[in-house]
Design a binder for this molecule. Structure first.
Ligand code: PMP
Length: 288
């Protein structure tokens, strides 16, 4: 596999960064996870825009223009002859000294890994996922805004560890006031009648690109889509619950904290949205 690293494509074994890179020392950097489906990159522009927004907020200048970055993403897929792929795009503050000061880092590190996509087990989509709420609260936007897709994922990892320790695969994270935010790497939705509800970004939620796509698809299906503050009670009493994310796509949820959701099987609207999502990934991406 060839990895793009600071302007060159190098063999995987040569794709190494310094131990003084602040991405490693402090999680000082930003990233994106992007997918391609059968030779089409899905929502590439949206991912690139979000990466630049994350970088802008942390005052990290990406040393490539958006169009140049798009072109190296495409090149990464072509060089590795990938049609169905997961692309990890990372920009770190770069190499510095042992202090936090970002001014000590002269040159950001940019790398792109394009690899085969590791699909989640089919069983997950057929049977649905059981979730638990964990004690680790989601970062509050006032401290570390989840819109910054940074290399600092310990908040999410701590929640993931709690879920795993309890025998679950995924965790629901709450805000300090107990409102539902999101899972460790996916957004969450509930269906109640003809309504599709999801927490608003201000509560501490990444504005997921899959989330946005699903909201648009649901709108086309004449569902009433709304961002709303949600409690665990709302989730427990929903007709359907599902998660969305680039890697996971749309995952049905059938049980939360021991409460059966709806009929305890993936719901009708979730399945319809999965179908519509599959369709849009087949046609809407950009070629390379
Ligand atoms: N929330 C978090 C915390 C995430 O890391 C991700 C995955 N990037 C998502 C939600 C889903 O976002 P997207 O649909 O853009 O992949």
């Amino acid at each position: 596999m060839k990895v793009y690293l600071n302007g060159k494509f190098v063999e995987q074994s040569k794709a190494v960064v310094s131990v003084f890179d602040h991405g490693l020392l402090y999680g000082d950097g930003v990233f994106e996870g992007i997918r391609s489906y059968n030779g089409l990159i899905f929502k590439l522009r949206e991912h690139i825009d979000r990466l630049f927004e994350s970088a802008h907020t942390i005052m990290l200048t990406i040393p490539l223009e958006k169009d140049e970055l798009i072109s190296v993403v495409k090149q990464s897929l072509r060089i590795n002859r990938l049609r169905d792929a997961y692309i990890r795009l990372v920009v770190t503050r770069g190499e510095g000294d042992l202090g936090l000061d970002p001014r000590k880092c002269a040159q950001p590190t940019v790398f792109i890994i394009a690899d085969k996509i590791e699909l989640y087990p089919k069983k997950l989509y057929e049977e649905g996922l059981c979730l638990i709420t964990v004690a680790t609260q989601r970062n509050v936007p006032e401290a570390l805004n989840p819109q910054i897709k940074s290399l600092n994922y310990l908040n999410n990892i701590l929640a993931k560890i709690e879920a795993i320790n309890a025998g679950y695969e995924e965790a629901i994270m709450l805000s300090p006031s107990g409102y539902v935010t999101e899972c460790t790497g996916e957004n969450i939705f509930l269906v109640k009648g003809k309504q599709l509800l999801t927490p608003p970004p201000f509560i501490g939620v990444l504005r997921g690109i899959t989330r946005q796509t699903v909201m648009e698809l649901a709108h086309h299906q004449r569902l009433h889509v709304q961002e709303e503050l949600l409690t665990r009670h709302d989730l427990f009493n929903a007709d359907e619950v599902f998660l969305t994310g680039t890697a996971a796509e749309i995952v049905p949820v059938v049980k939360i904290d021991g409460r059966v959701i709806g009929r305890g099987i993936p719901g009708r609207i979730t399945k319809k949205l999965q179908q519509a999502f599959r369709q849009v990934t087949k046609t809407a991406g950009v070629t390379y």
